[in-house]
Write a protein that binds this ligand. Structure first.
Ligand code: ATP
Ligand code: FE
Length: 367
């Protein structure tokens, strides 16, 4: 059984080592945070505290199991909002202590990165693979050498891409469907209206003249750095003109956000190939990876291979397992449960936690 409450979803899942997902409960909080313009920490903690017992009951019922059927309890140790992480951790410790079960604390982004091993088993072909982790709090390209050895090749210098989608959607006044978030709503908004219409032209940060936002790639001299703050500011500036075509702006925002991902990913693929690292696949995971326009664009892009080597395949988990869930936490804990490598009951949550530090041995260089 795994428990996850690092942000605004209360999640409990039951999974076995044969990759069977017996239950996967997600209780979302989108609606209660809408009035705050983001996740309100104390409101999120209270909602997790209320929802966690229901999520645990529901996960056991849907799996038709009772606690004696459970062999161990995993929980998201970090990174995330400290108080929110504590809800899962305390529930896991209490359940484990009462039922004499082992516990394991898991890195949330390790969960996102390893999800396709659980869901896309046939496509996954061992290590190393590259992962593009795009979510509410992260924008990252990492080389995954094993379940615990990650090398971060790129990350964001300011806000994460998912956060930028949320901000842009709110600025554009897009209303999410019940149970869905702003990112999903912005993607849907881009699909409506006349797609063949004139593309929006927006001023890019620091430029005196108008330039198409879709060509704006911040920090072109730092190929390993993502940046999304300027893009949301560009949307904000463009909306000062109330006659502007909002769908055009939304599409220009989405295009620019994805152009940056594709640009850096291409660099990372080439860097790996130049260093002789044979990449099995590129795993695209995290909430933004549920965006179907991005999936299509990545598949259509002619990524460049080096020295005649073909570019790697793309692997996407099912959209519902790209956003937060506890099945991914259960799976990321599995190799440790199987090795009886348990955590002590005194373990504490980590609001910040370097993905490169989770492995016992940490490689500094690519090769
Ligand atoms: P992190 O994983 O970095 O800790 P998180 O857990 O809060 O952050 P996830 O649940 O992994 O984030 O992803 C949520 C993010 O994904 C939100 O910012 C949301 O707007 C974005 N998102 C979800 N669906 C889509 C979509 N279809 N298009 C773009 N963005 C999306
Ligand atoms: Fe997440």
């Amino acid at each position: 059984m795994a428990l996850e409450s690092s942000a605004d979803d209360t999640c409990v899942a039951i999974v076995d080592h044969k990759k069977h997902i017996f239950s996967n409960v997600v209780i979302k909080q989108h609606a209660i945070h809408r009035q705050y313009g983001g996740i309100h920490p104390s409101v999120a903690i209270r909602a997790h505290q209320e929802n966690m017992p229901h999520a645990i009951r529901k996960a056991l019922c849907e799996a038709n199991m009772k606690m004696p059927n459970i062999d161990g309890i995993a929980f998201t140790r970090g990174p995330g909002m400290g108080g929110c992480l504590s809800v899962s951790m305390n529930a896991a410790k209490a359940l484990a202590a009462a039922h004499e079960k082992p516990i394991i604390g898991v890195h949330h982004m390790q969960g996102h990165a390893l999800t396709p091993q659980l869901t896309n088993g046939d496509e996954m072909d061992g290590y190393p693979f590259l992962t593009l982790l795009i979510s509410g709090g992260h924008t990252m390209i990492a080389l995954v050498r094993s379940a615990t050895v990650f090398k971060i090749m790129a990350s964001t210098v300011d806000i994460a891409i998912g956060n930028a989608f949320d901000k842009a959607a709110r600025l554009l006044g897009v209303v999410p469907d019940p149970g869905k978030g702003y990112g999903h709503a912005l993607e849907a908004f881009c699909r409506t209206g006349d797609e063949a219409g004139e593309p929006a032209h927006l001023p890019t940060a620091g430029r005196p003249t108008f330039a198409p936002l879709s060509y704006s790639i911040p920090n072109p001299h730092q190929p390993s750095q993502f940046s999304y703050a300027g893009l949301t500011s560009a949307v904000q500036r463009a909306l000062r003109d109330d006659t502007v075509d909002k769908q055009g702006i939304a599409r220009a925002f989405q295009n620019a956000a994805f152009a940056q991902l594709i640009h850096k990913l291409n660099n990372a693929i080439q860097e790996c190939q130049r260093d002789g690292v044979s990449i099995q696949a590129v795993v695209v995971s995290g909430g933004v990876a549920s965006n179907l326009t991005l999936r299509q664009r990545l598949r259509e892009t002619a990524f460049v291979g080096v020295n005649g080597k073909p570019p790697p395949r793309f692997i996407f988990p099912p959209p519902e397992l790209c956003t937060d869930n506890a099945a991914m936490i259960a799976w990321a804990s599995m190799h440790r449960f199987l090795q009886h490598d348990f955590d002590d009951y005194s373990i504490q949550p980590l609001a910040t936690w370097d993905l490169e530090s989770i492995g016992a041995q940490n490689e500094g260089a690519l090769s």
